[in-house]
Design a binder for this molecule. Structure first.
Ligand code: HEC
Ligand code: HEC
Ligand code: HEC
Length: 459
């Protein structure tokens, strides 16, 4: 009797595993010679725009190396997975891939020979892309310069390095198929949803992930992480003091700056730089969709919140002590500890550092020669649940992309010590935001300093 039960259990497990294996098994798609067919230039141009929306160049280009030839490290909590060579080189790239094999990779996360790919490649979004958009991407990539550059093996520990695990992940979290249009919404909104959810993969950074690294479906756009940065919530939980309008999201995506919110920094910067190649109508569509995520706040409510914020900032302005000359340098004596508060006379005072380093530009009222920075109280990093973004801005400053005009803020990485930056950031939070204070700015600063520079865009 007992052995019968055991045997049944073993058989059931065996069958289940066999079924999973059969399900997970993918055939190799035979290699083709690099397609001799001439691609329609119009389709190639469309593919270029879609590749920009999909950030293909970011993850498939190593800093300083040839575009699309791979080697960019995608950091995940499970290890580092390198973007592969997607130039048409037949040996090391995808030159021998047919369009069918390419489409299967984007829709199902399977490479030409049948291996499962890791979801660091955001095919959980690309799976929603239409066949014709994928065809255009294929035409664009197949007309790039072929580069011979071998792929780097993923640095993930056992057992995750067994690619069959990716199949298990897909069984749980890959939801294939087109996104059904919402008939109650405008054509523009539906176009925006399609672009943001599929190739745009906005949720890859802006949606929190579960322990297995999949986006939480019940917390879409509730705020996520990317390269040590906080990608703020874009839904009703957005920390922006004044909610985003479609016009403002459009300005932010088009120029990297929205007057009532501030500018794109960190990993959002290369996203914006890529979007420069996207047509205006597509950006407006994405903006319409994104602005709708936060729910409705009408103009009157928005105006009221803005005014309340400005009043708050001005009431705080008058409480700032007058600058003490030399205060910043005298407070840098050795032994000053991070995180000390203003009432410790030996620690640098955040308010005094602010006056010396920041207030010349960030004060209420008056005009800078070009344009005044936004009220700090309106800035998302200042109101965010985590100080990483503000710390990054203080360390690096803000610089326009090379060859472009734009507002400049100096970086203070070399000019201020860690205890000074900690005190300053603590002051900025309490001075300009009505959100709770940040508990451990010094530890966050150490982490931000360790994080490498944000990725650059493929030319
Ligand atoms: C967030 C980073 C990221 C983005 C954005 C991205 N990829 Fe990838 N892609 C990867 C990684 C990482 C891999 C390798 C996965 C693996 O090794 O399992 C990959 C693999 C691939 C593969 C399989 C290639 C091979 O040799 O197996 C193709 C094809 C591909 N990507 C195309 C694209 C296209 C087209 C786009 C833009 C629409 C794109 N990727 C955007 C990270 C990315
Ligand atoms: C690679 C990760 C990544 C991707 C992909 C990404 N974002 Fe972001 N996004 C960020 C980060 C990080 C920030 C915060 C930037 C900062 O603090 O300046 C941000 C900021 C934003 C903001 C400003 C929010 C605020 O309140 O300040 C908007 C709007 C936005 N992203 C929209 C989008 C849209 C739309 C897409 C898709 C087309 C997208 N993002 C794709 C990482 C990303
Ligand atoms: C030379 C003028 C200048 C100085 C000095 C300066 N800033 Fe800025 N700051 C700018 C400009 C210009 C911007 C970008 C335009 C904007 O965001 O409105 C900016 C943007 C910011 C932002 C981002 C706002 C957002 O969300 O987009 C923060 C936060 C900030 N500054 C804080 C500081 C702090 C803290 C200091 C002192 C350590 C400082 N700044 C010193 C000019 C300056």
């Amino acid at each position: 009797m007992v052995w019968r039960v055991l045997l049944t259990v073993v058989v059931v497990i065996g069958v289940a595993f066999g079924a999973f294996y059969a399900w997970a098994w993918n055939s190799e798609i035979p290699p083709t010679n690099a397609p001799a067919a001439l691609f329609d230039p119009g389709i190639v141009a469309k593919g270029a725009q879609l590749a920009a929306v999909g950030d293909c160049g970011i993850c498939h280009t190593q800093a300083g190396a040839k575009p699309y030839a791979g080697g960019f490290p995608v950091q995940t909590p499970f290890g580092t997975i390198y973007g592969t060579n997607i130039t048409p080189d037949p040996e090391t790239g995808i030159g021998s891939w047919s369009e069918t094999a390419f489409r299967r990779a984007l829709h199902e996360g399977v490479d030409r020979t049948g291996n499962h790919l890791y979801p660091a490649f955001p095919y959980d979004h690309f799976t929603h892309a239409t066949d014709s958009d994928i065809g255009a991407l294929y035409a664009f990539l197949m007309t790039r310069e072929p580069v011979a550059k071998a792929n780097r093996a993923p640095a993930v520990p056992f057992p995750l390095n067994v690619r069959l695990f990716a199949a298990g992940w897909k069984l749980l979290f890959l939801h294939k198929g087109q996104i059904p249009p919402d008939a109650s919404k405008s054509a523009e909104w539906n176009r925006g949803e399609y672009l943001a959810e599929s190739l745009g993969h906005c949720g890859a950074c802006h949606t929190p992930r579960n322990v297995l690294g999949a986006e939480k479906r019940d917390a879409q756009f509730a705020g996520g992480q990317s390269e040590g940065w906080l990608a703020p919530a874009l839904n009703a939980a957005s920390p922006a003091p004044v909610s985003w309008t479609a016009e403002q999201v459009y300005a932010y995506l088009r120029n990297g700056f929205a007057k009532q919110h501030g500018l794109a920094a960190g990993p959002m910067q290369p996203v914006v730089r890529n979007l420069k190649k996207a047509p205006d109508a597509d950006l407006r569509a994405i903006a319409t969709y994104v602005a709708s995520l936060a729910g409705s706040q009408n103009d009157a409510e928005r105006e009221q919140k803005m005014q309340a914020m400005l009043d708050f900032a001005r009431s705080r302005d008058s409480k700032v002590p007058m600058p003490l000359s030399g205060a910043i340098t005298t407070s840098t004596r050795a032994g000053a500890e991070p995180g000390r508060t203003n009432d410790d006379s030996t620690a640098p005072s955040g308010a005094v550092i602010f006056l010396g380093a920041c207030a010349s530009c960030h004060h209420s009222g008056g005009e800078l020669p070009v344009s005044r920075p936004i009220e700090l109280g309106l800035s998302t990093p200042v109101n965010a649940p985590d100080p990483a973004a503000l710390l990054r801005i203080v360390l690096d400053g803000i610089h326009p992309s090379s060859g472009e005009r734009g507002p400049i803020m100096p970086g203070f990485s070399g000019a201020l010590t860690d205890p000074q930056i900690t005190a300053l950031v603590s002051h900025v939070r309490s001075q300009f935001s009505r959100q709770p204070t940040w508990p451990n700015i010094a530890a966050a600063l150490t982490k931000v300093r360790q994080n490498k520079e944000p990725a650059t865009e493929a030319p």
